[in-house]
Design a protein around this ligand. Structure first.
Ligand code: ZN
Length: 474
């Protein structure tokens, strides 16, 4: 088993070499100032399946993810709406946890925030100044790019003419490309975002937090570092400069970046105001459908958004869920019939073993969820073809493999039979049971549609048995 990862740093697919049992993974988190959209969800779902795959391959993953809870955008909203900035960040950090739980994203080991790290940030900057990589001027501190010769290696940019004048040039900077590590306080800065420092009152620049948090929680070198494509420059380039200047060691071994979700070939983003918020999409679709749709394309490629594609994802997921529920039902029926206490087995038949190998090989190959989904559907088709007439042992194998692909690897919550609580809907359900007993299929179908419109899918089984699946996690 060799895991291959496309590394943005070396621009090629490399074997993942790790002698330790633990993989250190740092993922850049959100700036909590507005609703999360599909682009954010894609990034965090991708790192979730990477983490799940590494776990299945025997590694422990120490995953750290920050919240940028000090930022210009938060300050702007705070000033415009006269709201305490910490109220804004609290609201959207809560939203992050609420939505990522819905999407079944595993929790990180820790979620450090800038506001918790100020002293560590100041200490880190002091070292950079002492080593000659940073300079303080008029209450701010800047990183001196000229001192870091490898600058540009991640984004493949060359900065030959450091003195090129930019229109937005900050008069304090020695060269236009230098970036702020510490920002002197401005008139409009809220008091909650002002801290004392050896350089005067102010706040940290954007990039420094990730270098400091990664160093504090994971040490000098992280194994996997990632985020969305848009972070490659300047954010990740600046992180490398800060961290490697401070420690003298390689900052991250494998850099992974996720492609954009696009609308009409344009990146979905808050700044272009063309985003689909999770709040909105969850009004129409289950979180698992959103998860499914976001895994239908390899993580490195752009993913086109359309409601048609969402509908297709929903249908595919329903087919998978129905198959699993039918399988569960058949397993329980046969287990009761057998009464000989047949235990599930981990030894697979040859064809299922091959399918399992293909599935895990494609995940080993740079986490190809698109291909992995196609193997999951192959398994579904095998189950549907076979499940009425095979041995209980094979049914157990189907169940084992389905749960491994669907839940453990791709991270979907397993569907279960949901009991309808609403009294009126219960009456409709009873009416439908009676209609089926009377072989009144037209009425039975009509009532099924009514229940569907109220969020319940009814799957009919043998002998007038049925299963209800709740459609929306509203
Ligand atoms: Zn970062």
């Amino acid at each position: 088993m060799i895991i291959k990862i496309y590394n943005t740093l070396t621009k090629c697919k490399e074997n993942f070499i790790n002698d330790k049992k633990v993989v250190n993974m740092y993922v850049c988190g959100v700036t909590p100032y507005s609703n999360m959209h599909l682009g954010h969800a894609r990034t965090y779902i991708v790192f979730d399946i990477i983490r799940r795959h590494l776990l299945l391959r025997g590694y422990l993953v120490k995953h750290i993810q920050n919240f940028t809870d000090v930022d210009d955008k938060i300050i702007n909203i705070s000033n415009i709406n006269h709201i305490n900035p910490t109220e804004i960040t609290k609201k959207y950090i809560n939203e992050y946890f609420q939505y990522t739980e819905k999407l079944n994203i595993l929790k990180a080991y820790a979620y450090p925030r800038v506001t918790m790290m100020i002293q560590d940030i100041i200490d880190f900057i002091k070292i950079l100044i002492k080593k000659g990589y940073a300079y303080a001027i008029n209450g701010s501190v800047y990183f001196n790019i000229k001192k870091f010769s490898k600058y540009g290696m991640l984004s493949n940019r060359k900065f030959a003419n450091y003195n090129t004048v930019s229109k937005k040039i900050d008069i304090n900077k020695k060269t236009y490309i230098d970036f702020a590590l510490w920002k002197n306080k401005k008139e409009n800065d809220p008091k909650e975002f002002i801290w004392n420092s050896p350089w005067g009152e102010g706040r940290p620049g954007w990039h420094i937090e990730c270098s400091v948090i990664a160093y504090k929680f994971l040490g000098s070198t992280v194994d996997i570092h990632g985020g969305g494509n848009d972070l490659i420059f300047p954010h990740h380039e600046n992180e490398i400069a800060q961290s490697e200047a401070q420690t003298g060691k390689q900052f991250a071994k494998y850099w992974i970046h996720t492609g954009f979700v696009t609308i009409n070939d344009k990146k979905m983003s808050k700044s272009l105001n063309n985003f689909i918020s999770l709040q909105n999409i969850f009004k129409t679709y289950e979180a698992s459908t959103v998860r499914y749709y976001l895994l239908t394309q390899h993580y490195s490629k752009p993913l086109q958004f359309s409601y048609h594609l969402m509908k297709m994802a929903e249908q595919s997921l329903h087919n998978l869920n129905e198959t699993y529920i039918k399988l569960l039902y058949k397993v329980s029926l046969d287990s009761i019939k057998k009464k000989d206490n047949v235990k599930s087995t981990t030894i697979l038949d040859k064809d299922l073993l091959e399918l399992q190998e293909k599935f895990f090989n494609t995940m080993d190959n740079n986490f190809n969820s698109e291909q992995a989904l196609s193997y999951l559907h192959k398994l579904k088709n095998l189950i549907l073809k076979d499940f009425l007439g095979v041995s209980i042992q094979r049914l157990y194998q189907f169940k084992l493999l389905f749960e491994e692909f669907y839940n453990k690897s791709l991270g979907f919550k397993l569907p279960s039979n949901n009991i309808i609580q609403d009294k009126n809907l219960q009456l409709i359900l009873q009416e439908r049971v009676q209609a089926r007993k009377n072989k009144n299929w037209t009425k039975s179908d009509e009532l099924r549609k009514v229940l569907y419109q109220h969020g319940y899918n009814i799957i009919d089984l043998l002998d007038n048995h049925f299963i209800t699946i709740k459609l929306k996690n509203l």
